[in-house]
Ligand binder design. Structure first.
Ligand SMILES: C[S@@+](CC[C@H](N)C(=O)[O-])C[C@H]1O[C@@H](n2cnc3c(N)ncnc32)[C@H](O)[C@@H]1O
Length: 301
């Protein structure tokens, strides 16, 4: 089975506007599809790739000018510093989980497969989905479902889950799906379950904070004219990326300095978000919800 089929590959590579001798980062290596393409355009340059999932190392490209770092991209700046890198020419992030992670039942990411309720991208991390559904306070679980799944009946769902978990621990994806079956709308079953799973996954992997930290580091690390290319798959992430690229911060309100100039370190390359073509979506269903945004670091005076 293929590990992962890269989404919007040409658009991402074009967006990076690669200088053959430049230093680049692939923050989300996965199956290495994007990385391979970046590397093919380098001549004297370097590519540092990150993935917090050990299993991605089976795809290591083992080529000169390439290094795969098994770590969370939120620590990007420190890891690059250890490599003697303090400035980069471009960074690509293709967020979320890989097809491989979805397709392995025991990783617990998929609503279609019966597996342990795990959902950790880094299998050595402490918190798993089981902890969230069995040990969180009902109110905290409701907040997770509301904030990260945008589920309006989050309180009722949380109540169902916590009540059931007190009778018997919820250990598998199927058990979780059964517990909330009364609240699952027949017509939107897949979308509903996808949102429940997505919200728990985001909590387990602390995805939003990690993304914010990585983006701020990327902006700091980029040389003037360097590119930030980010692919996201849900509106929460896209909003943060869009606000940062358009307004200079995650809140989305332009802040001004003492002289009234907007505080902004990026300028957008594409003011409209880039999405996949029908042809790509037909061939790769993961491209359906992909949103690509590209920005360039503004000249620092
Ligand atoms: C959508 S896949 C990337 C696929 C890749 N672009 C390719 O062409 O195969 C996302 C990958 O990012 C990794 N990932 C997600 N969040 C991460 C984080 N905070 N730090 C490091 N890796 C992360 C996941 O483990 C997963 O392998």
């Amino acid at each position: 089975m293929e590990y992962h089929n890269p989404v919007l590959l040409n658009e991402c590579i074009q967006g990076l506007s690669i200088k053959p001798e430049g230093i680049y980062v692939d923050a989300t290596f996965g199956g290495g599809g994007h990385a391979k393409s970046i590397l093919s355009q380098l001549n004297g340059g370097k590519l540092f790739a990150f993935d917090k999932d050990d299993s991605a190392s089976t795809n290591d490209l083992n080529q000169s000018g390439f290094k795969l770092i098994n770590a969370n991209f939120r620590h990007l700046k420190n890891f690059l510093k250890m490599e003697g890198v303090i400035k980069i020419d471009g960074l690509l992030a293709d967020l979320g989980v890989s097809s491989h992670q979805f397709d392995v039942a025991e990783r617990g990411f998929s609503t279609r497969l019966d597996g342990e309720l795990d959902m950790r991208m880094n299998v050595n991390a402490n918190l798993s989905a089981k902890d969230v559904v069995n040990d969180y306070l009902e109110e905290d679980l409701a907040n997770v479902l509301y904030k990260y799944g945008e589920l309006r009946n989050s309180r009722r769902i949380a109540n169902k889950i916590i009540t059931a978990s007190k009778v018997s621990r919820i250990n598998t994806t199927t058990e979780l799906i059964d517990v909330i079956s009364d609240l699952t709308p027949e017509k939107y079953r897949n979308q509903f379950l996808a949102r429940v799973f997505q919200s728990i996954r985001i909590e387990v992997n602390d995805e939003i904070t990690a993304l914010e930290e990585m983006l701020l580091s990327a902006v700091e690390l980029l040389n003037s004219g360097g590119r930030l290319v980010v692919l996201s798959y849900h509106s929460l992430e896209d909003r943060l990326i869009k606000n940062l690229m358009k307004k200079g911060n995650f809140e989305g309100k332009v802040k001004k300095d003492f002289f009234g100039n907007p505080i902004k370190k990026l300028k957008e390359i594409n003011s409209k978000v880039i999405v996949a073509t029908h042809t790509e979506i037909k061939e790769n269903s993961r491209a359906r919800s992909a949103k690509l945004r590209i920005a360039e670091k503004i000249n620092e005076k």
